[in-house]
Design a protein around this ligand. Structure first.
Ligand code: AMP
Length: 192
């Protein structure tokens, strides 16, 4: 299974990605986690991306794409993967389509977690209090929402057009959303 999980900031992507990846026995690859790990370790990549991430802006496509290419080349991704937080721009979508096609592979499903924007801001402020992420203060949250709406939300149409989109209502408890998501992905993939 090669899958993506998409959703606005605070939609629960990271949390649900772990369950989805575990259910299909594939690694969950989060570009946000890779960036945060690099920032924490003070690597050259971390230094390059720190200010952008703290401001709620996207990391440049070429940087993000090369990280994804390296990660997908690792052995644990050979049998499938779940990408969490990538692609986020049309450039990244084209990169991923080409990258997979060059290996005779394609995506099986794109999960879209749908949550009311007002619920999202509240969730992000709660997460800021709990995890202390540098990109979870109110101004930056607003900026991340804006960037998502402008650059990433339109990608859903691309995947819808390819018949890959699996819409999942993301409101409710973590367990409710997980069960709903797993059932929807199962229904989608058994249809194909
Ligand atoms: P996330 O944990 O997925 O919310 O990602 C945190 C931050 O990392 C984002 O707000 C971006 O600044 C950066 N980031 C993660 N993935 C990407 C991507 N695919 N393209 C550009 N920037 C990204």
């Amino acid at each position: 299974m090669r899958m993506l999980i998409m959703g606005a900031p605070g939609a629960g992507k990271g949390t649900q990605a772990s369950s989805l990846a575990a259910a299909y026995g594939v690694p969950a690859v989060s570009t946000g986690d890779i960036f945060r790990a690099n920032i924490k370790q003070g690597t050259a990549l971390g230094k390059r991306v720190q200010a952008l991430i703290s401001a709620g802006e996207y990391v440049p496509d070429d940087v993000t794409e090369s990280i994804v290419a390296d990660r997908l080349a690792e052995e644990d991704c050979a049998g499938g993967f779940l990408l969490d937080g990538f692609p986020r721009t049309m450039h990244q979508v084209r990169f991923l389509d080409r990258h997979l096609a060059s290996q005779g592979k394609r995506l099986d499903a794109v999960v879209s977690l749908l949550v009311d924007p007002e619920v999202l801001v509240g969730r992000l402020l709660d997460r800021a209090a709990q995890e202390g992420r540098s990109d979870d203060n109110e101004d930056v949250i607003r900026r991340r929402m804006e960037v998502y709406a402008g650059q990433t939300a339109p990608l859903l149409f691309h995947y819808q057009g390819k018949g890959l989109l699996v819409d999942v209502e993301g409101t409710g408890t973590v367990d409710e959303v997980r069960e709903r998501m797993l059932a929807a992905v199962e229904a989608h993939t058994s249809d194909r």
